[in-house]
Design a protein around this ligand. Structure first.
Ligand SMILES: [Fe+2]
Ligand SMILES: [Fe+2]
Length: 299
């Protein structure tokens, strides 16, 4: 894999383009309640990014110009993802409650807080800990890109599809930065490799459960990844992580998503998965896709 050109990234960076999106068309076609819940989950996670940056921009990370430059732009792009999704939800008839951000921020789990304090402290102890943050970021960006790609493929609303496509592209660029940093910092460094392996094994979990709650995470997993074919797209996306030294065993994005989806289906039933769809061209509501989710058969 070629190296990451930080200057080119900075030149190309910016808010996801929304000024050419047809919000009236978006509103006319509408989105399903399931899509609205998924998009709200995504917006909540995106707008939380600034809190994660607080942990990333600590200790030795602050002395690396490539990392500080990247994070400055990254957090803005993620904020704009959240804003764009909120605008889309508003146009589709799902406006955000006035106190939503405050409620979501208060919902951060105790586990997240403890992990934040721990990682913040470790970041001051050794520059090798940067490799943990970079690997962590690479995993989450890979997962985010696939989630947007899945929604793009499933939605009947062309405006949702276009926005998801654009955000997925940016997520892949974010992944590229984190991944190259992780790879470089772990190469030939047994201590960094050990720290990454230990941290990922014991502390990593799917993005968003702390922010938006476990039930919402299960809902999103069940709707975006209802079968092995869709889960295979996740597995493919996380494959580069397995190429990092000490992480050959890593299938956690796929396996944890499968587990969350199965648990959600067991509690709520498979019928709730894509109860209705909208035809992109006509805007008419269509019955559920005929192929029953394989997840249901596994119960
Ligand atoms: Fe994002
Ligand atoms: Fe991202």
């Amino acid at each position: 894999m070629a190296g990451f050109d930080i200057e080119r990234f900075l030149d190309l960076a910016g808010a996801v383009k929304t000024d050419d999106l047809d919000w009236d068309l978006c509103g006319r076609i509408g989105i399903t309640p399931a899509e609205a819940r998924i998009l709200r989950y995504m917006a909540d996670t995106e707008s939380h990014t600034v809190l994660y940056m607080r942990d990333l921009l600590a200790g030795h990370s602050t002395r690396d110009p490539a990392i500080t430059s990247f994070l400055s732009v990254w957090v803005y792009e993620e904020l704009c993802h959240g804003r764009a999704i909120s605008k889309l939800l508003d146009a589709a008839g799902y406006p955000e409650p006035a106190d939503h951000y405050t409620k979501v921020t208060q919902g951060s789990s105790v586990r997240e807080l403890i992990e934040a304090i721990g990682s913040h402290g470790a970041a001051y102890l050794t520059p090798k800990f940067i490799a943990v943050h970079m690997t962590w970021g690479a995993i989450n960006e890979a997962a985010a890109a696939v989630a947007y790609q899945r929604l793009e493929a499933l939605t009947a609303n062309p405006v949702v599809a276009k926005l998801c496509n654009r955000m997925a592209r940016q997520e892949r660029r974010h992944f590229s930065f984190y991944y190259h940093q992780a790879k470089e910092r772990m190469a030939g460094d047994r201590v960094a490799q050990f720290m990454v392996k230990t941290a990922i094994k014991h502390f990593w979990s799917l993005v968003g459960s702390g922010v938006a709650g476990d039930d919402n995470l299960g809902f999103v997993a069940a709707h975006l990844f209802p079968d092995e074919a869709s889960l295979a797209t996740l597995d493919k996306a996380e494959k580069p992580i397995r190429d990092l030294p000490g992480l050959e065993w890593f299938h956690r994005v796929t396996n944890d998503t499968r587990d969350k989806a199965a648990a959600w289906c067991a509690a709520n039933g498979p019928a709730a998965v894509w109860p209705e769809r909208l035809d992109r061209s006509s805007g008419l509501r269509m019955p559920a896709a005929p192929a029953a989710p394989q997840m249901a058969a596994a119960q």
